[in-house]
Design a protein around this ligand. Structure first.
Ligand code: HEM
Length: 178
């Protein structure tokens, strides 16, 4: 019964996410064709909104793992963590990462022609961040199958990595030191 209602609400969350993405794509396409001159600031705004959403999820997910480790396997608490982790990954982190990449690459191409040491360094660090994303997505699967063997200390350390990468990325794009 709990599994069924969890599946239903996950299905609903997925549906809302897909609708949200479709609406955003349609609005973006409209803006692109109707007012191409003001597309640049809008693309940057969407890029920053997506970045904030991606980072929020990337900082929260390992925190959930820290608490999940202490929940007894098969307990209601453990099952609730599984639902929270899956929804966070599929509903926020994955779509936010895709939007960050799409709009970031568009800005990099349209405005900077992929030129600049800071931009190359930034893309490299974002690739590292995307690798951490993949690692966390794998961990969601392991927790869902009760196969996690890492202690809470491991997830506390992993929790710091996105923060460090984010600091480097923001300094690169704002200060543009080289
Ligand atoms: C591969 C992915 C990415 C690419 C290609 C990319 C590229 C860009 C470009 C070209 C700009 C415009 C810079 C300007 O107008 O001066 C920008 C803005 C920005 N990006 Fe990214 N970005 C990516 C991912 C990220 C990530 C992961 C973060 C943060 C964790 C981030 C944070 C920002 C911020 C804060 C701005 C606004 C900077 C400003 O207006 O001065 N970006 N990005």
């Amino acid at each position: 019964m709990t599994d069924m209602s969890n599946e239903n609400s996950t299905g609903q969350a997925m549906k809302r996410m897909v609708i949200g993405i479709v609406v955003l794509i349609v609005l973006t396409a409209l803006l692109f064709f109707v007012a191409p001159a003001s597309f640049y600031p809008w693309a940057k705004a969407i890029h920053v909104i997506a970045v904030i959403s991606w980072m929020a999820g990337m900082l929260y997910l390992p925190r959930l793992f820290v608490y999940h480790v202490d929940a007894e396997k098969g307990s209601v608490q453990s099952e609730t963590f599984k639902v929270m982790e899956r929804r966070l990954l599929r509903g926020i982190i994955n779509p936010a990462m895709i939007l960050t990449w799409v709009f970031g690459l568009w800005l990099a191409w349209k405005v900077f022609g992929f030129q600049g040491g800071w931009l190359h360094a930034k893309i490299f660090v974002v690739l590292l961040l995307s690798g951490v994303h993949g690692y966390l997505a794998g961990a969601v699967r392991k927790f869902a199958e009760d196969r996690n063997e890492r202690p809470a200390r491991h997830w506390r350390i992993v929790n710091e990595i996105p923060t460090l990468l984010m600091i480097v990325i923001v300094v690169l794009v704002i200060v543009k030191p080289f």
